[in-house]
Write a protein that binds this ligand. Structure first.
Ligand SMILES: *[C@@H]1O[C@H](CO)[C@@H](O)[C@H](O)[C@H]1NC(C)=O
Ligand SMILES: *[C@@H]1O[C@H](CO)[C@@H](O)[C@H](O)[C@H]1NC(C)=O
Ligand SMILES: *[C@@H]1O[C@H](CO)[C@@H](O)[C@H](O)[C@H]1NC(C)=O
Length: 385
């Protein structure tokens, strides 16, 4: 992993140095899900200038080297290191949610865990990539908005009270999740990377460099990524709802205070799954129109979009980022996606008997002492051939 990410860093560095219109994907920060960096601002400041200024010991520099943060993100990290533990949490949340949602499918989102190294399923602008970009930006907004309202982030506060005055039945109060601040921050952390990519490609285009076909594709990928990132944010902004609390004499609910709150992330993940199933493939022409969205409004503004068709993910093909389903556990009694028929792609499965050793029949003695027996149980699992 270490060597791999170091290699990616070198590649990115060389690309940025201007050899060609290299792009550095804006989801590499998801690798922070594995990081053990210490984002303690005071420990860096106590470093007598050797920290932030020289960059030697700054966790932001380490994050850039090891975890694939791009230059813009490392800069933002230095300027607001307080947000970094939350960004790290967002990376975990995006990864956990995506893997939970896709658990029973052939493509099960496991490739999200290999960031900053990205397999082709997450670089070819596939439908799966669209989901990962959308859920990543949604998770970042979610985590930051919650951090604001829970008082864990001093750069922001509770959401400001909605303008529309409430009806007689309630009043605004409490502390709302600050989706607005979180969205602004996520634009700076994620969108700016893709925008920077677009500018870089524009520059090489003007310099009439070779490698044209490749640049055109990269340009399209950046536009599509940007669109899907925005979709994730749009969905989370739309999912804000009122949460209320009753006051008054012994639960009479005479007075009700309400605030704007986000639903659990898994719900947003499921809504995005709906968008995943209806995602639209876009042609070069449509991509161009996506880019000019500011002029012509609302091109596919409610859809996830992708460029490359995905394989069926049945067999291993590293070039396409397909891991294949050999060895995956399937469910013989299911009729849906995790059924052996569908998951194993008709290749069949083998039945393996597994012995489980568990503590069981536990009893409490003398109030505080628990004694258990050891049980052996046999379970059958089914593995795709
Ligand atoms: C941060 O570092 C300071 C000084 O090194 C230390 O006193 C403090 O406990 C640390 N805080 C956390 C959360 O680790
Ligand atoms: C997800 O798929 C990969 C590749 O097929 C497999 O190695 C992994 O065990 C799967 N994860 C789960 C939780 O099923
Ligand atoms: C298999 O599928 C059936 C039917 O959908 C379900 O009731 C059962 O819990 C599943 N088993 C496992 C191990 O997931």
């Amino acid at each position: 992993m270490e060597i791999r990410s170091l290699w990616m860093f070198v590649v990115c560095f060389v690309l940025v140095a201007g050899w060609m219109a290299g792009t550095c994907e804006s989801i590499r920060w998801l690798s922070l899900q594995h990081s053990h960096l210490n984002w303690n601002v005071s420990s860096v400041n106590n470093n007598h200038g050797r920290g932030i200024r020289s960059g030697i010991r700054s966790p932001c520099t380490l994050a850039r080297r090891r975890y694939g943060l791009v230059k813009i993100q490392a800069k933002l990290c230095r300027h607001s290191m307080e947000t970094m533990p939350h960004i790290q949490k967002a990376a975990m949340l995006a990864s956990d949610t995506c893997r939970e949602i896709f658990r029973d499918r052939r493509w099960n989102c496991s490739s999200i865990t290999t960031a900053p190294f990205l397999t082709p399923d997450l670089t070819r602008a596939t439908r799966e990539q669209a989901y990962v970009y959308a859920i990543s930006s949604a998770a970042l907004v979610y985590t930051l908005a919650r951090a604001c309202s829970s008082g864990n982030l001093h750069q922001c506060t509770c959401a400001s009270k909605p303008i529309n005055s409430p009806t007689d039945s309630f009043q605004w109060g409490g502390c709302g999740d600050n989706v607005r601040w979180a969205s602004q921050f996520s634009k700076r952390f994620i969108d700016n990377v893709e925008k920077h990519n677009l500018l870089k490609i524009e520059k090489t285009k003007r310099a009439k460099d070779l490698n044209e076909e490749n640049d055109v594709f990269k340009n399209e990928v950046a536009i599509v990524n940007l669109h899907n990132i925005k979709m994730g944010r749009k969905l989370i902004t739309a999912s804000v709802h009122n949460e209320c609390k009753c006051h008054g004499v012994s639960g009479s609910c005479n007075i009700k205070t309400c605030w704007k709150a986000l639903p659990p992330m898994i719900k947003i993940g499921k809504e995005l799954l709906q968008k995943f199933t209806t995602a639209k493939v876009v042609s070069q022409k449509t991509v161009e129109r996506l880019e000019q969205k500011t002029k012509k409004k609302a091109v596919l503004s409610d859809e996830l979009v992708y460029i490359s068709k995905s394989p069926d993910y049945c067999t291993k093909d590293e070039k396409l980022g397909s891991f294949g389903t050999m060895g995956r556990l399937c469910n013989v009694s299911s009729n849906s996606l995790d059924s052996c028929r569908q998951l194993c792609c008709g290749r069949g499965y083998k039945t393996v008997v597994e012995e489980k050793i568990e503590r069981c029949q536990c009893k409490i003695y003398n109030c505080c002492y628990v004694k258990c027996k050891v049980c052996r149980t046999m379970t059958q699992v089914h593995e795709c051939l």
